[in-house]
Design a protein around this ligand. Sequence first.
Ligand SMILES: Cc1cc2nc3c(=O)[nH]c(=O)nc-3n(C[C@H](O)[C@H](O)[C@H](O)COP(=O)(O)OP(=O)(O)OC[C@H]3O[C@@H](n4cnc5c(N)ncnc54)[C@H](O)[C@@H]3O)c2cc1C
Length: 273
Amino acid sequence: MQFKSMIIDNVEVSPGYWRMRMTAPPELMEAHPGQFVMVRVSQSIDPLIRRPFGIFDIGLYQPAYTGAALQSYFEILYKVLGKGTGMLSELHETDLIDILGPLGKGFDKGSAGEEKLIVGGGVGLAPLYLLAKELVKDSPVRLFAGGKTKDDVLCITEFERLGVECYTATEDGSLGECGLVTDVLECRLDSTANKGRIFACGPHGMLKAVAAIGKKRNLPTQVSLEGYMACGMGACLGCVRQGSEHTPETPDYRCVCTEGPVFEANDLKWEGN
Ligand SMILES: Cc1cc2nc3c(=O)[nH]c(=O)nc-3n(C[C@H](O)[C@H](O)[C@H](O)COP(=O)(O)OP(=O)(O)OC[C@H]3O[C@@H](n4cnc5c(N)ncnc54)[C@H](O)[C@@H]3O)c2cc1C
């Protein structure tokens, strides 16, 4: 679905990280956690290619004018990296923005009651908030959030408000444990006899480590990939990743935008990717 959204709010929540709230058509309320949108960041032809962002949250809000009915909104959480995200951060309330979505395959939530372990690195937390909001309805949820410094660990208060137990780790020790978030996850798994279903999003190194932890401990593990992507609809094949069966003789490629961005970690090839 393609639609125009009006920006309700666009605020810097931590240095270099922004959270944008936009109006949404009612159909977007049906989006699954882990799905994403392709955003046209400018009205001009530069940059031509839309940028992909996970859906951070969806909900209803009361517009400021009196007597207005509740309206649907959605949010993205983004890190300013280059031209496109820089332009996004300069947009203001009431600006219009062109969106395509929801796209891709989201997370499989698993069964009610089982422990859910969510692992996010930096802005990788973006698609995990909506997931946590769904999971807390019927399961205990723990979040493991990591970053280089405290500025990279985002929106923890929001997760805590959902009733999620949060563990944090930073590489410089400025928040939580000093070290990698995957070490904190391993500690937790050691103390709970390897219980839980794992969901992760973040940088490649972190996802590779999470995939290895899930495999070693025989835990169902899903990862959401955030590599480069151009069309978002399976046409350009610019986002393909090697599947677990890939060899030079028998190619096995997975299209991140249509078959993902969420994959069972065991379905992907991790070595040397
Ligand atoms: C399915 C999906 C969901 C995503 N969700 C989010 C999200 O919720 N929040 C968010 O902040 N980002 C998300 N991303 C990444 C985001 O799309 C890119 O950061 C964005 O497109 C960069 O655009 P830009 O024009 O600012 O950067 P560009 O000008 O295109 O690039 C600037 C610099 O950033 C590097 N870069 C660009 N894209 C990426 C990338 N994907 N990973 C690592 N380095 C990159 C480039 O190599 C370059 O050095 C997602 C990506 C995918 C595929």
